[in-house]
Design a protein around this ligand. Structure first.
Ligand code: FAD
Length: 405
């Protein structure tokens, strides 16, 4: 089949890879000048296979008043009727039972994504500052520790290797913690999690696809519409003309609804903005990727760079000044926690902001639609880099099943 994939983010390009392996003739279209320039550009880099907790949970409900009143420095909320409605849907998925079920579902999906990522690396040999880093989440307080114990018990039967370490035990695994201004009270440690640069992955995999398959990439023009005839897709529309195809996969992140609404489809996606700053390593950079849980951000080492990434802002618009202010917040808090991790005074600091496509049940939307030949692969929220391979592979299976039926 001739398949058009809209969006050359990490999800779109992984989808193109699995569709190409299935023998399809794939064209990836993106309005940006190159691959991975949307939310996949400078994210936290964590292949967070064993930390898959859903956003909605009883703990989230308890934190909600503080979040809405903007009392948490790591989150900003500009309440609107649309956000309130979406928030109500999120609350419906926040009971202990629902939250556990959804977290487990994501965990199983993430395990599959990990296996697929290892096969993809072996098959393509692409480079993207990938490392078997392990991951730590620093936590404090009896409630957080109880919650972590519960999450680990839940995943144990699927072989989860997460353990809770005391601060001193954590230092034995990651000596750079000694240079933090305070030792964490405890940390959840997973030796199996990894890091990699999602943008480098997207660019390298695109190059590999161009050289080794019939997959093509069209950049620099937005798709203005998806054409159908008799409720079947037959082309994607660009200003310069149209690309004829037998199927379309929408991987357009937070902008997917703009393409789907004219076709009568609407996804429950809301953007949650985050930020990152990438700096040269400091005197004592950690090898392990470290999450400062209470402050909602991560330190990831990507090659000789440290990426500090996180925060969770539900805000409509964001200009350059706001990005500057929020990345200043990020730098200030990061420096206070881990002064020797990065070279905070470096002249070259890469500041960035991106919007996570969030769904109320923290599950990506990987599905066929009521329109023949139209598929969706988006809504990966905080875990798009982690889940990209599993979602791309699932989507290719859906296309295969659709073609067979
Ligand atoms: C601060 C931050 C930290 C994060 N850290 C992590 C992490 O450590 N681990 C993890 O797993 N995930 C992380 N994430 C989440 C992850 O980055 C996202 O889930 C993922 O990038 C989503 O990928 P995507 O391909 O769906 O979207 P995108 O990368 O946004 O790609 C969508 C593409 O569609 C294109 N597009 C949209 N509309 C059109 C149109 N009409 N025509 C043509 N092209 C169009 C856009 O240009 C864009 O390139 C983080 C996110 C943020 C913001």
């Amino acid at each position: 089949m001739r398949i058009a994939v809209i969006g050359a983010g990490v999800v779109g390009v992984a989808t193109a890879y699995y569709l190409s392996l299935s023998g399809h003739d794939v064209t990836v279209v993106d309005r940006n000048a190159g691959p991975g320039e949307g939310t996949s550009f400078a994210n936290g880099g964590q292949l967070s296979y064993s930390f898959s907790d859903a956003l909605g949970s009883p703990e989230f409900i308890r934190a909600l008043p503080g979040l809405v009143m903007n009392k948490d420095e790591g989150a900003r909320v500009a309440l609107s009727p649309g956000l309130a409605l979406w928030g109500l849907k999120l609350l419906r998925h926040s009971s202990r039972r629902q939250s556990d079920e959804l977290s487990l579902k994501t965990y199983r999906n993430a395990l599959r994504s990990n296996e697929l990522m290892q096969s993809l690396r072996e098959h393509t040999g692409i480079e993207f500052d990938y490392r078997d880093s392990g991951k730590m989440i620093n936590i404090s307080g009896a409630d957080a520790i109880r919650r972590a114990e519960h999450a680990i018990r839940l995943k144990n039967e699927y072989g989860c290797d997460n353990v809770i370490l005391t601060g001193w035990e954590a230092v034995e695994v990651e000596p750079a913690l000694k240079t933090f201004s305070e030792l964490p009270e405890a940390c959840i440690y997973s030796s199996g999690d990894q890091v990699g640069d999602a943008q480098m992955f997207t660019a390298s995999l695109s190059e590999w696809l161009s050289s080794n398959t019939t997959c093509r990439f069209e950049y620099g023009e937005p798709v203005s519409g998806i054409s159908t005839s008799n409720r079947r897709t037959n082309a994607v529309e660009l200003q310069s003309g149209s690309i004829d195809c037998d199927a379309v996969v929408v991987c357009a992140g937070t902008d997917s609804n703009a393409l789907l609404r004219p076709l009568g489809l609407k996804l429950p996606i809301r953007g949650m903005r985050g930020y990152s700053v990438t700096l040269p390593v400091g005197e004592h950079p950690p090898v392990t990727s470290i999450t400062a849980h209470a402050q909602h951000f991560v330190f990831s080492r990507l090659g000789e760079r440290i990426r500090i990434a996180g925060f969770a802002d539900f805000i409509a618009e964001c200009d350059d000044q706001q990005v500057r202010q929020r990345t200043d917040d990020l730098l200030r808090i990061a420096r206070a926690i881990a002064p020797a991790t990065a070279d905070y005074d470096a002249a070259e600091k890469h500041r960035w902001s991106g919007v996570r496509p969030m769904t109320p049940n923290s599950q990506p939307i990987v599905s066929a639609t009521p329109i023949d030949g139209l598929f969706i692969n988006t809504g990966h929220g905080m875990l798009g880099w982690t889940l990209a391979c599993a979602s791309g592979d699932t989507l290719a299976t859906l296309v295969r099943e659709g073609a067979a039926s």
